[in-house]
Design a protein around this ligand. Sequence first.
Ligand code: GUN
Length: 296
Amino acid sequence: MTTGVLAFMTTVIDGKASAAKLREGLAVTVADLKRDHNLVPGLAVVLVGEDPASQVYVRNKGRQTVEVGMQSFEHKLPADVDEDELLALVEKLNGDDSVHGILVQLPLPKHINESKVINSVSHDKDVDGFHLVNVARLNTDGGGVVPCTPLGCLMMLKSTLGDLSGLNAVIVGRSNIVGKPMAALLLQANCTVTIAHSRTRDLEALCKTADILVAAVGRPKMVLGSWIKPGATVIDVGINRIEEEGKTRLVGDVDYASAEAVAGAITPVPGGVGPMTIACLLHNTVQQAKRQHGID
Ligand code: GUN
């Protein structure tokens, strides 16, 4: 969809449509794997506790896994589960041949060592790209599994802009889940990359230098239109629930109304990065299943 704005057109990057297209391709691959190799990729998702947002994500992941023809295994554990019990479950899934991908939903309760759990997942079954082996590979040879949210962002950037070489990319947020892997991917794509964070000086001036601006801070509507270079491509990773005019609404980290008037292209919330993240999780699961079976 495009809307006419002053001298140029703003492209609204349709993550929902891109994700549907990616899932369509995956459904064909999954059918081929079954027919040619008798292989049905399986994804196990582990949810600890009852965080409502995590429950919604896990439900959506399970539904979409089945929709593309794969097997979905859901494991729900109480919020006060022992770390040892969680590690034992991961160990069991590591050894289960029908499971090709394992995702432990984050965040985990405070009494559990998140990094220990992440690295207990076999790196061959890691579909988040959070295992140290996959982090190292992303930052060296570019192989391994790539974290889902940044991968989805990169796909949308490439389909919007084509070659990203030489572009200035500013990423606001330095999380292990989004900011850091996003920087590695954009560097691989030959962008000049800056990661901004809470201690960055004059964030507004820095954002204005960006041809590509990725907002991943978890603060509703923080990035304003006046911070954006005219014509820049804006990727909004934020999914924030806010109360507005008596209703609960989902908004991004970018103030969409003011940003849309300045950006050359922008992802909406909802309907931008979110659907692509789940589609990329399915992509990673298929990739791991193929790799485990030596299939190209
Ligand atoms: N919680 C929020 N995003 C993610 C993600 O990409 N993977 C996992 N495992 N947990 C998350």
